[in-house]
Write a protein that binds this ligand. Sequence first.
Ligand code: ADP
Ligand code: MG
Length: 292
Amino acid sequence: ATPMSIMTATGRGAQAGVLIKNAEALERFEKVDTLIVDKTGTLTVGKPKLVAVLPEAGHDEAEVLRLAASLERGSEHPLAEAIVRGAEERNVAFADAEDFEAITGKGVKGTVGGKAVALGNLALITDMGLQSGDLTAKANARRDEGETVMFIVLDDRIAGLVSVADPVKETTPAALKTLHELGLNIIMATGDNERTAQAVAARLGIDEIRADVLPADKARIIRELQQQGRKVAMAGDGVNDAPALAQADVGIAMGTGADVAIESAGFTLVKGDLDGIVRARRLAHTTMHNIR
Ligand code: ADP
Ligand code: MG
């Protein structure tokens, strides 16, 4: 591509909300065969909603929600916001949390009103020496609906499940179809449970999934694909995604996400949906083939 065609692409991109860092980003995107997308905030709206609080026998639903939400006020995770908002909508009286601790990719811990509270995924409760036992079937039923299920632990015992749902963006299904037509293999990476991930992927016709992915794993997954000879683009929005965006042949930051993600990326999508990826890919193609 000529410097002139690169400039044209950069200008056209900017008008369409696709910010291109440099010529290499365009050149590399043209060669990409595999696209890794983060589920939360990329495929989905990224604003999960609380859908169910399922207390175990002997626990009260409102009390379980009060403790969970009081703890989650200390977290900035979208799941935490869902729980806090859900509690507000249900007029729960919050309490102060102490000793708050966030465990990346797993959940949160702390003390609320003298009670030890933990909320998170299977990895979190496993680390605490607990087993999901009878609750597994109940959790799986929600996951099969594409919901994200968290365990709530009170004083070292599982007190129930909290389930949230994050709707798929309106533009996602059509954009995925086009990306397939443009020859990309699509892999969804998520910190979510395998079962939830599979339910979402099946609905969207996604080729492959990587579930239970810790933020640090994303860069490793990309490296492995690259070692198999694949050319990989990665779309993500979180602070946690920066290393993966840097590792990818092409990093695509969702403009709605964290600044550090944007700094690590070759492309930034102002609107932060998959339509932007379709546009970026088409721009790369027309520019590299000097199509006007
Ligand atoms: P993703 O970006 O795909 O949501 P994360 O690594 O942020 O992945 O989170 C992975 C999992 O860890 C979540 O699905 C959830 O089960 C658990 N988790 C993370 N943060 C929290 C939190 N603040 N409260 C409860 N669970 C959490
Ligand atoms: Mg995330």
